[in-house]
Structures are given as structure tokens and as C-alpha cells.
Design a protein around this ligand. Structure first.
Ligand SMILES: Nc1ncnc2c1ncn2[C@@H]1O[C@H](COP(=O)(O)OP(=O)(O)OP(=O)(O)O)[C@@H](O)[C@H]1O
Length: 253
């Protein structure tokens, strides 16, 4: 069972504390959503946990191995990472970009094995991209590119997925499709940590919510236990009405 274990992790940059003493665990079968206002430290926490950013303190391990000691390939075998800012260095065909997700399995473009090709085609279909598979990525809309990146992450077939705002540029239908895909992945034994800004989506899909504010995890629990009007006011500074898992935001507090 692949598990990401983050303990007392802190990130300090240029004297500013971006993440303070954050601890959480991500296990298969869990869909954790990280919520919090802009600048709360969500991306910094994820990146430091995956050793993509230097941590000032604390540990982050995958199955007991420090993430900073793993080779990029070994890390990619355990965790598919979908970053928030997703540059595409040069125009490429959609199918080839999705195939990049197979590199951790030793695949190389032009030398895909049948299992790689199968994973790529499944990911293209899952993300509604079959009709765009032979298009160049520089001809796609922002939402279409976002789906290409999701497909690349899914094609990896890693046991854990960390996705930073995977639905940010998507229309409502595709937001639900991507969240359903992540939920299916989790139901199939994967573990996902997803940053969202949509509280209703979080309430609907999360098994746990990590609430972040000013670099700290201020609450960690199920939506039923942690989603309250008081929490929304203290974390986001908004007045809201919460009824079960449904949320209506009335305005700034
Ligand atoms: N090198 C740096 N020096 C000082 N502050 C930094 C540095 N890098 C990032 N920050 C700040 O750290 C804070 C946390 O940024 P981070 O991207 O982790 O937040 P976030 O919760 O993911 O935000 P968003 O929801 O806007 O994506 C921000 O206020 C950012 O300006």
C-alpha cells in the first residue's frame, strides 16, 4: 500500500513562512481536498511534500522513503503530479503529451509498448479528448489543455495522485467529469490529494478536507465534520450558510 506521510513540514522563503508545521497522510482509498484562500500555502505544501521545493523542516515520505531521496522516476512511479502552472515547452500532439505520463514506466515516444498505448488511449477517452488526440496542443483552448494535463496524469497509472487545481479552467460539465474520474480512481484503490477553490465540489467529493490558512493546516476531517459556516468565516472571511453538504456564500464577512 503506497502512502504519503508528511510530518511537521515547514517551508520558509526569503524570511517568509509559507508553510508551518503541516502534517497529514494520504492513503489509498482517500480523496483529500486541500482548501484555503489564495496564498494559504497549498501549492507550497504539495511541492515541498513531493520534494519539488526545499523544505525548511519536517519530513515527507512515500512508504518510509524520504521523497527528496527518491529519483524523479521512482517518485513518478508512486505519485502522479499535476502542477498548477502547466507550461508546454513546445507544441506537440495531444496524444504524445498524454504519453509523457508513461515515462516513469520506461516508455519513450515512438517506442510505446501495448500497455502504454492502452493506458494513453484510456486516459484520452476518460478526459473526452479522443477527437483532439491528433491536434497540436498550441491549437487548444485553455480548458482543453487542462484536460490534456489531467489525461497525462491519469495515463501514469500511479497509485497516488496529487493535483493542484485540476478543474480550474474547466466548464461545469468537465469539472464534474474530472472529479468523477478522480473519484473512480480512488474507488479503484488510488489515493488523491486535490487542491480546489470550489467548496461545493470539495464537499461533494472529498473524503477529507485539509483546511489551510496562513501556511497552517487549521482543520483536517470529513466534510460532514469540518464544513461549517464558522469555518468558512474563519478560513475565507465569508458569510455563508451551510446545510449538510450544501453551501451558499452570502458575501464577505
Ligand atoms: N520566494 C518567496 N518569497 C516570499 N513569499 C513567497 C515566495 N514564494 C511564494 N511566496 C508566497 O507564499 C504564499 C503561499 O503561496 P502558495 O502558492 O503556496 O499558495 P496557494 O495556497 O497555493 O495559493 P493559490 O490558491 O493562490 O494558488 C503566497 O503568499 C506567495 O506569495
Amino acid at each position: 500500500m503506497t502512502e504519503l506521510c508528511v510530518t511537521n513540514l515547514s517551508v520558509v522563503r526569503d524570511g517568509a513562512s509559507l508553510v508551518s508545521n503541516a502534517s497529514f497522510q494520504l492513503q489509498p482509498g482517500e480523496l483529500i481536498v486541500a482548501l484555503g484562500p489564495n496564498g494559504a500555502g497549498k501549492t507550497s505544501l504539495l511541492r515541498a511534500a513531493l520534494a519539488l521545493e526545499r523544505r525548511s523542516n519536517g519530513t515527507a515520505t512515500i512508504d518510509g522513503h524520504d521523497t527528496s531521496q527518491l529519483s524523479p522516476m521512482a517518485r513518478a512511479e508512486s505519485i502522479a503530479y499535476l502542477p498548477q502552472i502547466r507550461p508546454l515547452a513546445w507544441p506537440n500532439l495531444v496524444r504524445d503529451v498524454v504519453a509523457l505520463g508513461r515515462f516513469s514506466h520506461g516508455a519513450a515516444l515512438g517506442r510505446l509498448q501495448a500497455t502504454d498505448r492502452d493506458a494513453v488511449e484510456k486516459a484520452l477517452a476518460a478526459c473526452d479528448l479522443e477527437h483532439l488526440a491528433d491536434r497540436r496542443t498550441d491549437t487548444l483552448s485553455g480548458g482543453e489543455i487542462a484536460r490534456v494535463h489531467c489525461a497525462r496524469a491519469f495515463a501514469a497509472g500511479a497509485p497516488l495522485l496529487v493535483a493542484d487545481e485540476p478543474v480550474a479552467a474547466l466548464d461545469p460539465r468537465h469539472q464534474f467529469r474530472i472529479m468523477e474520474l478522480i473519484a473512480d480512481y480512488v474507488a479503484g484503490g488510488g489515493g488523491a490529494l486535490v487542491v480546489l477553490h470550489d467548496i461545493s465540489l470539495a464537499a461533494r467529493y472529498a473524503s477529507r478536507i485539509l483546511w489551510m490558512k496562513e501556511g497552517r493546516i487549521v482543520a483536517d476531517g470529513s466534510p460532514a465534520d469540518t464544513l461549517t459556516a464558522g469555518r468558512l468565516e474563519s478560513v475565507y472571511g465569508v458569510r455563508a450558510r451551510v446545510s449538510g453538504l450544501s453551501v451558499e456564500i452570502d458575501g464577505a464577512a
